[in-house]
Design a protein around this ligand. Structure first.
Ligand code: KG4
Ligand code: ZN
Length: 342
């Protein structure tokens, strides 16, 4: 009768996310993160992540049920991230989803992680504009995607050829001694610096680069340029103007992201852009995207930061859309596919 009630499971990286949505309405978003267990290794350790998912799964499902006030038997479908992501981590989520689907006798939908990052915007801003351009920028991915029908997946237009945008923020924060994760602290530090103090390089924007990499990103050259700049400053015995470096670095990243997203939209004649992933929380990115898009008559939607990072609600949101549009469920033997195309 009314909108589909869907439970979503996300375990592609280091967050165990269980979300519950009814149609476009968010009912619960329970997340258990193993980020602190990885901190001493300086990055996500796949084996540690898998074990953490296993331990967090049942308690996080219970939390999501409490938060939403639903019983598991009420759900119309189970949705789960099938890929891309860490193979062992994905397997834990897919196994849990199969157990629930089998035990409850409900359909199961295996969904693409990047498509979920786009679909989550519906929980805040209502029905997704289709077609749209999606830009996903996080510690793990930096992609430009074309979305025609979100339940059919996403078409990659471009991606980073080296570091992800969030990775660049994290590495530069380390260079500046600002700690981890770097994005939020660079964002804050930059507010007291000048974005035009230092002219850092804009990756893959020369005419020649654009011929082959019009919608691709590169951030490792920028990171190196920042490192060299800091070294030169230190060698000359001068103090490093941390806020200026942060602001100028941030501007170099955000300038390219916005330029390429707008170019992708213009090239396809598309008037809506959705930005997601952890870096979408960046305050300068939000302002610059809005400012430049408005001039071109393009609309930009950015979900609130809590919905931008990995969570189960985004999986449930896409699952609910699958149900609403009458898509065929996955088979009960659906595989976890770590290399699933974006
Ligand atoms: O989506 P996310 O939580 O996890 C994955 O990487 O999948 O993204 C985390 C990344 C980190 O690299 C973090 O530094 C970055 O997003 N980030 C930001 C901001 N908040 C988080 N980057 C720039 N500005 C921010 N305000
Ligand atoms: Zn993600």
């Amino acid at each position: 009768a009314d909108e589909p009630l869907v439970l979503g499971i996300e375990t592609s990286c280091d967050e165990t996310g269980i979300g519950v949505v009814r149609g476009h309405t968010l009912l619960a978003d329970a997340v258990a993160s193993s980020v602190e267990e990885h901190a001493r290794f300086g990055g996500v350790v796949p084996e540690v992540a898998s074990r953490a998912h296993l331990e967090a799964m049942v308690p996080t499902i219970e939390r999501a049920c409490e938060e939403s006030g639903i019983k598991l038997s009420d759900v119309d479908a189970i949705a789960v991230t099938a890929g891309p992501g860490l193979a062992g981590a994905l397997l834990v989520g897919v196994a849990a989803a199969k157990a629930l689907a089998l035990g409850l006798d409900k359909p199961i939908y295996g969904v693409n992680h990047l498509a979920s990052h786009v679909a989550v915007d519906q929980l805040q801003h209502g029905p997704l504009p289709e077609p749209c351009i999606a830009m996903l920028v996080s510690g793990g991915h930096s992609s430009l995607l074309k979305v025609t029908d979100i339940t059919q997946g996403v078409d990659p237009m471009g991606a980073t050829i080296d570091d992800a945008a969030g990775e660049a923020f994290d590495k530069v924060a380390r260079l500046l001694g600002l700690g981890f994760p770097g994005g939020p602290v660079i964002d804050r530090t930059a507010t007291s610096g000048s974005s035009i103090a230092i002219d850092f390089p804009r990756g893959l924007t020369t005419r020649r680069d654009l011929e082959r990499h019009r919608f691709d990103f590169s951030f490792s050259g920028l990171k190196t340029a920042v490192a060299r700049w800091i070294e030169a400053k230190e060698r000359s015995g001068e103090a490093v103007p941390v806020a200026d470096v942060a602001a100028s670095f941030q501007e170099a990243v955000v300038d390219v992201l916005v330029r390429k997203a707008l170019d992708a939209a213009s090239s396809e004649g598309i008037e809506d852009i959705i930005i997601g992933g952890g870096v979408a929380a960046n305050s300068r990115l939000r302002v610059l995207a809005e400012e430049r898009a408005t001039k071109l008559g393009i609309r930009v939607r950015v979900p609130r930061p809590g919905l931008c990072t990995d969570n189960g609600a985004m999986v449930a949101a896409l699952g609910a859309e699958m149900v609403a549009r009458g898509r065929t469920p996955s088979a009960l033997d659906l595989p976890a596919d770590s290399s699933q195309p974006i």
